[in-house]
Design a binder for this molecule. Structure first.
Ligand code: FAD
Length: 462
């Protein structure tokens, strides 16, 4: 079912009676399965007795993206193209910025359908396309369980304020999406897009930032996303509540890169977990809290707070207390190069940084510690935020995501409360190396990352 709340028309153009196809502009939801925007477009095409064309425009300058993230995305798009072809749908992947790619393909479209993105750049693209096309642009929200504006019409203060609002709608929105067969396929249309068979060769040709290299630790695409999800549900979910925070273990689902590129649907993941009864209620609840409440709080933040990537996005108490303590003496101060090369005095922090650089994914608990220490070891909070965002967005496969902006802001007080005041942090929550030692076998984590380096598992080919 596609709830009306997922659907918004972004301009006031009349549908074109003489249009010769419906165009699905794939942007954030880069998948064939469980994609409300795609299904909506198929149903519109069938209703109008028209074929459906799908287009994806690749900008080579997506803010902070680099060879690592492009490789993962292209691997996913290659698979999506094949999956759509099996459904009779042509996906044309064009090497031009999305706004131009859509403008160039929409000239004979009856309507254009697009998925929803929450970041500034994604919203601007939709606004521009809405102005430029001569037909309706309809946005269908598919990368959240509960549509963000349905959950709340305003920026929420914290998880505890948004949680009941999301839960009020869960039963209604946690319903599977049925696939509709496309009646008039588009595979006979000449494909003017990129050949995706050889991602490595394609990437060589592209003029993308090379600031981070390709990693082997995670392969892009829906098949790998589903394989990881199956493993998680079979082998890890039953201990998720207790073990997920322990960085020396791996009880995580690793869904974040796949969710970031829309290669798997959060609704599908949520339904699989909800029905995994063997895993126990507390584990299923803990997972759904992260996947739905925490993740959708991040989207709420990025949609409603125009300053999601600066200190101005923090609550007043956090900004004030950080400002008051900006001049406090710091025991250690590092520059960008020392952070990037994991050359701090702290072996736990260095291990976390290396894990991110080598595998493209730092353990979730270590991300909190990592961000807190950047605050502690930079000259002031503005620099801390800049360093954290730059490293996170450069090396994490799930970087440049609403979750990243919310996670880094959380390290500086967002979505949290005031704690006992101390040097540098002010009233912002503090984390310590001794806390890691108390809670976990943190040396085992360091050894695990050292072994990773020794075996050189994650390669770098671009
Ligand atoms: P699991 O524990 O298996 O969780 C499943 C899903 O729940 C995740 O894929 C994610 O979508 C969601 N989730 C889990 N934890 C959080 C959280 N704290 N906030 C919001 N959603 C959550 N997440 C990103 O996706 N991209 C980022 O760039 C990013 N940067 C972060 C930076 C910092 C400093 C912090 C503190 C957190 C950041 N997070 C980010 C949130 C979180 O750490 C990751 O989503 C999580 O580690 C992803 O691994 P997983 O999918 O194996 O997690």
């Amino acid at each position: 079912m596609i709830h009306g709340e997922r659907v918004q028309t972004l301009n006031d153009r009349e549908a074109r009676g003489d249009g010769s196809y419906v165009l699905y502009w794939m942007q954030r939801a880069q998948r064939s399965a469980s994609n409300h925007a795609l299904e909506f477009a198929i149903r519109e095409a069938n209703r109008r007795e028209l074929p459906l064309l799908t287009v994806f425009g690749i900008t080579q300058r997506f803010p902070d993206a680099n060879a690592r993230s492009y490789a993962f995305m292209l691997e996913g798009l290659r698979e999506t193209k094949e999956a759509l072809a099996k459904r009779g749908i042509l996906l044309e992947v064009r090497l031009e910025p999305p706004v131009e790619a859509v403008r160039d393909t929409a000239n004979a479209a009856a309507m254009v359908v697009v998925d929803r993105g929450y970041l500034r750049v994604e919203r601007r693209w939709r606004e521009r396309v809405a102005r430029r096309v001569a037909c309706p642009l309809v946005q269908v929200e598919t990368d959240v369980v509960v549509p963000v504006e349905t959950a709340s019409p305003k920026e929420e203060y914290a998880a505890y304020t948004i949680r009941p609002k999301i839960h009020d709608h869960l039963d209604s929105f946690l319903s599977p999406l049925q696939e509709t067969e496309l009646e008039r396929g588009t595979l006979d249309i000449v494909d003017c897009g990129l050949a995706l068979e050889d991602v490595e060769a394609l990437l060589e040709r592209m003029r993308v930032n090379r600031g981070a290299t390709w990693v082997d630790a995670f392969q892009g695409g829906a098949t790998e996303a589903h394989r990881l999800l199956d493993t998680f549900i079979e082998k890890k979910l039953d201990r998720y509540d207790e073990e997920r925070n322990d960085p020396s273990q791996d009880y995580l689902s690793h869904m974040s890169p796949y969710l970031h590129f829309g290669q798997i649907s959060p609704l599908e993941v949520a339904l699989r977990v909800r029905h995994a009864e063997r895993a126990g209620q507390e584990n299923r609840d803990a997972y759904l809290e992260e996947l739905i409440v925490r993740r959708e709080l991040s989207m709420n933040f990025c949609l409603y707070n125009p300053n999601y990537d600066s200190l101005d996005g923090l609550p007043d108490w956090a900004r004030e207390t950080l400002q008051e303590h900006a001049g406090d003496g710091r025991a250690h101060v590092y520059d960008m190069e020392s952070f990037e090369s994991a050359a701090t005095h702290d072996p736990y922090w260095n291990a976390a940084q290396r894990q991110m650089v080598l595998t493209g994914k730092m353990h979730g608990y270590m991300r909190m510690y990592w961000g807190k220490k950047i605050l502690e070891w930079t000259p002031n909070p503005e620099i801390a935020m800049r360093v954290a965002l730059e490293l996170n967005n450069r090396y994490e496969l799930d970087g440049r995501d609403a979750n990243g902006y919310a996670g880094i802001s959380w390290c500086l007080g967002k979505h949290d409360r005031a704690w006992a005041e101390r040097e540098v942090y002010g009233k912002v929550r503090y984390m310590s190396a001794s806390g890691l030692e108390r809670k976990f076998d943190i040396e085992a984590y360091v050894r695990k990352i050292d072994e990773l380096r020794a075996s050189d598992t994650p390669g770098g080919s671009t």
